[in-house]
Design a protein around this ligand. Structure first.
Ligand code: MG
Length: 406
């Protein structure tokens, strides 16, 4: 009978299995706060599980992807989008013999810093925080996992590995921000992070089209004018002729996914070979991104994205929802800055002026381990960014329409 696997077995397995340009767990730069190794999980496996069990991960179930989470019950939310991205990232990582655990952890965390109400929510917070450095969901994601999650008594945050934390910063492209200093000289993103980044677009281009069809924002006949959709439909007809509209829609969505993933795998393998990439150091110093699509698929994706931009993201129902989300966040921001005592105590404790309002923190209060902030606006921004759509709507009603039955 075989014995249960240990961490040492995993690390040996990685040595045998991973491609030379994959990031092995044993080469990690480690965690900010040192911890003993686990006896049967590697660093990145633990990262993955810490992310899945944290509050911000659960809250993605109530956060807008494109449509406000409360509008219907079968379109994508931020959480189901994340699960689709993660599944794609694992498939691609495994095929290329990259570190699947690392790719999975990065994909699971990639949208964890998104505020409520999608991009409209991000724009609203960015406007509110302009005089204080603005708002960026990637950097908020890093702050979320480094500072704001409360799960361990010895340190704030989730204490994730350097490589998962690095992915937030690489994705933001913000090398100017203070929290990016430790990542400034690492070079290009690891292949596992490049994958999470690129499959994100496979997921949203495909599922936004699917959701928009499902909600009646667009029709199949309109999509026939979009080259990528039309050619994927031809492919479906060639192997499964005679489908009616319902099954055809599902089959074409599946075809689009398979096409993009296959193209990505072939093109990436090609780039790795052409650039003679033989190590993580080669990835770090490569001339350009190594994970990507062929020019043909890139062109067709751009056409589909233009269509989605015009017909879905600017649809009057989407615009109405995003305008309402923007108003809610702006109003809440102004109100909390004017009356900070309305903030929950654990958020208020991050602000250095809090003692004058609520007294000094009790001994052992976990927030004392966090970076204190002299800027109340940033504390308020972080609180609002963590909310779900529904909670922000309820807070708005509670503060501005107090007679409303909840
Ligand atoms: Mg995403």
């Amino acid at each position: 009978m075989s014995s249960p696997i240990t961490t040492a077995d995993w690390l040996d397995f990685e040595d045998r299995w991973l491609a030379p340009y994959a990031m092995p767990s044993r080469a990690s730069r480690g965690r900010r706060h040192s911890e003993p190794d686990h006896h049967f999980r590697t660093l990145y496996q633990r990262d993955r599980e810490r992310i899945v069990h944290c509050t911000a991960f659960r809250r993605m179930t109530g956060k807008t992807q494109v449509l406000v989470a409360t509008v219907n019950d079968h379109h994508r939310t931020r959480l189901t989008h994340t699960l689709e991205v993660t599944q794609l990232a694992r498939t691609v990582a495994r095929r290329l013999r990259l570190n699947e655990d690392l790719a999975e952890a990065i994909a699971l965390a990639h949208d964890i810093g998104h505020p409520p109400f999608g991009h409209a929510g991000e724009e609203a917070l960015n406007d509110c925080l302009k005089p204080h450095g603005g708002f960026d969901h990637n950097l908020f994601g890093l702050r979320r996992v480094d500072e704001l999650e409360e799960r361990y008594p010895r340190f704030p945050g989730l204490n994730l590995s350097f490589e998962v934390r690095e992915a937030f910063v690489q994705h933001s492209g913000r090398t100017d921000a203070l929290e990016c200093a430790e990542f400034r000289d690492v070079g290009r993103p690891l292949l596992e992070a490049q994958i999470a980044d690129v499959v994100d677009s496979i997921a949203y281009d495909t599922h936004d089209t699917d959701d928009a069809l499902g909600l009646g924002f667009i029709t199949l006949s309109e999509l026939r004018g979009v080259e990528f959709w039309a050619r994927a439909t031809e492919r479906v007809h060639s192997h499964t002729p005679g489908l009616s509209d319902g099954p055809l829609r599902v089959a074409v969505v599946r075809e689009l996914l398979a096409w993009q993933v296959t193209d990505l795998l072939e093109e990436t393998a090609n780039r790795l070979a052409c650039a003679n990439i033989r190590s993580v150091a080669d990835v770090r110093s490569a001339d350009g991104p190594l994970v990507g699509f062929t020019p043909e698929v890139r062109r067709m994706k751009a056409g589909l994205e233009r269509f989605l931009h015009e017909r879905v993201y600017k649809h009057h129902r989407v615009l109405r929802m995003t305008a309402s989300g923007r108003r809610i966040l702006q109003a809440l921001f102004v109100e909390y800055v004017r009356s900070p005592e309305l903030l929950p105590e654990k958020h208020l404790r991050r602000w250095t002026g809090a003692d004058t309002l609520i007294g000094p923190p009790p001994p052992g209060w976990v927030t004392t381990a966090r970076t204190p902030l002299s800027c109340l606006e940033r504390v308020v921004g972080d609180y609002l960014a963590g909310m779900t759509d529904r909670f922000a709507q309820l807070e708005y009603r509670r503060l501005f329409l107090p007679s409303t039955e909840l």
